[in-house]
Design a binder for this molecule. Structure first.
Ligand SMILES: Cc1cc2nc3c(=O)[nH]c(=O)nc-3n(C[C@H](O)[C@H](O)[C@H](O)COP(=O)(O)OP(=O)(O)OC[C@H]3O[C@@H](n4cnc5c(N)ncnc54)[C@H](O)[C@@H]3O)c2cc1C
Length: 411
């Protein structure tokens, strides 16, 4: 009989590596598999807030990440039409800085950390092609290595941490619970010599049906993102044919009320422009008999919320918690599944809803504009607005703060 693991994880980036580390610490024997070899990039920008820094510290990788040439960011600026909401991100878990660390570095360092645990075996360059099932449950996986040699591995539970096009999710026929298509395309590139006005900050600009985002990242580069409506077919075609020229033109002409055009004119592109033309915000069932999903495999929300890396790592922490709490207990798969599903819904559903509302790409209403202006002129409201992004507070607390301000004005 082949070696049987406690857990097989397919996908070894932020969700998979984090899950392996949390499980190994809890005494599980884990096989962590990825079809890629590392270090390697993936289609994703990579901004995360200080609540994620706390998780990365818990996983033991933050010190190594800080050895890279990275820019700590505390100042976050949103500009909705002409209204600027800007402030310092609230401190959480004693962490005050946010980062934007290239996935090539982030994923590699997390995987190296996983490899250093005696309880984790890692298989790179191995593509999972099928799951093995007995009458009751999933009991293993089948796949091919780089030489196209087929191998089978067995485990008590098989986890799909294999991203948006999850193979595990398809093979176990996980039920789709929510799906909302985005109405936007996203293109991004890395630029050198982008001037930061005053100090480095995360900048998000929203005008009509367009969004621009600037994040300082490693190697003295800045990630610059353009988000445009897919219904603009001409722009879509131009992005496909001439991505750099179109990204520059789009950001310069759609945001005349900002400094982006001037700053971009002095900047030089470093590497290819990458893009994605539409995506679905979705939520799948997270666990069934012998299988579970984590990270993008279970749910994906609009990238402009910058919650994906956090949710992948935090979701891994939740799943490891459910598995270790119930280790050796005679629970049914349904009971397990309910615990996991409830826990991830409680943690992520509010921001998932916010994400798919953003994906609808509707222009700012007059009412929202009034609220934005109100927030922008009240530091307590700015703090609550920014606190939504790093879980310092829930959106309901911002609503309450805004209601208090309105009441105090009308008294
Ligand atoms: C354009 C864009 C911009 C984004 N920007 C941000 C941002 O700024 N901040 C943020 O927090 N999030 C962002 N996200 C979201 C973020 O990328 C994801 O939420 C995050 O990568 C999820 O991690 P994961 O580990 O679940 O999946 P992934 O990072 O997708 O990793 C999945 C892994 O599974 C492996 N795999 C897949 N199938 C198989 C198979 N059959 N066999 C073996 N291995 C397999 C893949 O090789 C891959 O390494 C962005 C996403 C997009 C598309």
């Amino acid at each position: 009989m082949d070696k049987r693991y406690d857990v097989i994880i397919t996908g070894a980036r932020c969700a998979g590596s984090a899950l392996a580390i949390y499980l190994a610490k809890a005494g599980f024997h884990v096989l962590l598999i990825d079809r890629s070899t590392f270090p390697s990039d993936t289609l994703s920008t990579h901004t995360f807030f200080n609540n994620t820094v706390a998780l990365l510290r818990e996983l033991g990788v933050m010190e190594k990440l800080l050895e890279l040439n990275v820019t700590p960011v505390r100042d976050i600026k949103f500009q909705f039409e002409d209204t600027v909401i800007e402030g310092i991100i609230p401190e959480v878990h004693k962490e005050d800085s946010c980062y934007c660390i290239k996935r090539t570095y982030l994923d590699h360092i997390m995987l190296e950390q996983a490899k250093s645990h005696g309880n984790i075996s890692v298989l790179e360059g191995f593509r999972v092609t099928d799951v093995i099932q007995d009458d009751e449950a999933v009991i293993g996986i089948k796949g091919l290595n780089d030489n196209k040699v087929e191998k089978i591995f067995y485990a008590n539970i098989v986890v799909g941490a294999d991203g948006r096009a999850s193979t595990i999710r398809r093979l176990v026929k996980s039920e789709l619970k929510i799906s909302v298509s985005s109405k936007v395309g996203i293109y991004y590139g890395y630029f050198r010599r982008i001037a930061h006005n005053h100090r480095p900050k995360f900048e998000v600009y929203r005008r009509k049906d367009a969004t621009a985002i600037l994040f300082p990242t490693n190697d003295d580069l800045c990630v610059i993102v353009g988000i445009f409506p897919l219904e603009n077919k001409e722009l879509k075609e131009r992005f496909k044919l001439k991505p750099e020229e179109t990204l520059r033109h789009f950001l310069t002409n759609y945001f005349p009320n900002t400094t982006i055009g001037d700053r971009l004119a002095k900047a030089e592109l470093a590497g290819p422009i990458k893009g994605i033309l539409g995506y679905d915000n979705y939520w799948y069932k997270g666990m069934g008999k012998g299988w579970a999903l984590v990270g993008d495999a279970v749910c994906f929300k609009d990238p402009s919320m910058a919650q994906g890396i956090h949710d992948a790592i935090c979701g891994a922490r939740i799943l490891a918690g459910v598995l270790s709490k119930n280790k050796g207990q005679m629970m049914t798969w349904n009971q397990f599944s309910e615990q996991y599903q409830t826990a991830i819904e409680n943690e992520f559903m509010v921001r998932f809803h916010m994400g798919y509302e953003i994906s609808k790409n509707e222009p700012i209403t007059e009412q929202q504009d009034t609220i934005n202006k109100l927030i922008s002129s009240h530091p307590t409201a700015i703090e609550k607005f920014l606190g939504i992004y790093n879980y310092a507070n829930e959106p309901a607390e911002l609503e309450k703060e805004v209601a208090n301000i309105i009441q105090s004005i009308s008294e």
